[in-house]
Design a protein around this ligand. Sequence first.
Ligand code: FAD
Length: 480
Amino acid sequence: MIYIIGSGIAGLSAAIALRRAGYDVTVITKELHGGSSYVSKGGIAAATAIDDSPQMHAEDTLRVGDGLCDVEAVRYFTSEAPVIIEELIRMGFEFDKDLRLEGGHFRRRVHHKTDETGRVLTEFLLKEAVGLGVNIVEDELMALQIGDGVIRGFVTRERGLISNVDYLVLAMGGYAYLWQYTSNPSTNTGDGVAIALRAGAVVSDMEFVQFHPTITTLGGETMLLTETLRGEGARIVNELGERFAFNYHERGELAPRDVLSRAIYMELMNGHRVYMDLSDIEDFDRKFPGVSDFLGRHGLSNKDRVPIYPGAHFTIGGLRVNVRGETNIKGLYAIGEVADTGLHGANRLASNSLLEALVMGFNLPRYLSEPWDGPRLDDGLLVTIKLRDNGPLMSIDEVRRVNWEYVGILRSGEGLRKAVDLYERVNMAVSTKESNAALVSYLTAYAALLRTESRGTHYRVDYPGKDINWQKRIYFRVSP
Ligand code: FAD
């Protein structure tokens, strides 16, 4: 039996592939429709067009990744991308015929199903997995049992200890819900990273949190306004109608997400209001039915300006793995957003994360029988931390407030030091949702404090330039 924790696109792809390869598979998930996959919008990047190539896709990924991508991982995922799209089509998934353009891409290569790719694809994969006999149960991972650097078992809230486990696949998503303003659902609180770190796994790139520039909340309902809207002609304007994004980047609305998020954040901080103007998009209701329904529910249409703000969206850091998903603990795999392969570097190219989740999931069986390799850990700074095992817990709401204020879009040494001090008073050794949230936030603030430069998604007002000495990763592990 192989256990997979998490029922997002990474977990379900792995479940299907492992079942097809003849394994018995059980998926354990906190919430069947929790996680980012179900709400993801724009699509999956893959170079399938005649004027495109995996090499061009790799070049865009490397440029946006700002010097920290793992080049081998970039080559692997961009060349596997067309194969995965082909596989989904072979399975019967019907993408829309057109390819969309998103920020940071120099070609139209985003494969999508209207503007609800994630929901439609998750439902498709779920049906396929159940049809193949994958067992799916709702429960919550609490801890791992490791012996001599090898996975032995794990503990869940309902089932207690499950032992004699040879392989465990973590597909538990990221932790971007832990910022006050976010596009993420409330399941994304960093359980996977925190639980595995406590058990001895190495994590990396925690300072790199991607903020999405265009989130809206209308009548208490939050929605991410997908990047493909801008590819199709949406404009970002202030209350004076000025397209201020061009003051920050020559590509204006199609600038990389970090640049655009900072531009919108600055505009808001300077007392302006910021809107998305959708009125130039042709055939809007057919192309973007999800956004159209959402606007309609709140008495608006694409002829109205929609108020927007930036928020935490994707956590680049996570459990350090190679492209096979192998962590430094034998038998323990991590795939999808919980993992860090180095594909995204310091900044993620839009629509590369569903791609990464699918490739890691579908390709997993081919690596199970091969000798364990493990991730590379020698290209950076390895920091060993000790976890405080007493003291109070911090509520999730408080964590979200601290992160937004001190570990947000614009960071400073002073603010990061405050966040680190606050988290160091908290009990981060127990396995609770609150403790997990504080632990991953602590590592994010700590890494951001150490990285005295600005690169990719990490922007320090006191170190606004890039520093060649920081062209390396920061790894964390707990002291044994
Ligand atoms: P998730 O889909 O986040 O799934 C995590 C799973 O882990 C969930 O099933 C959850 O229930 C489970 N889980 C968590 N903790 C526990 C626990 N303790 N025990 C048991 N189970 C647990 N990326 C793109 O490439 N293209 C896009 O267009 C795009 N749009 C996006 C739009 C939005 C609004 C958001 C939020 C993200 C978007 N992303 C997009 C990012 C992308 O959706 C995610 O990176 C991807 O879906 C992650 O998939 P995953 O399977 O790794 O994790």
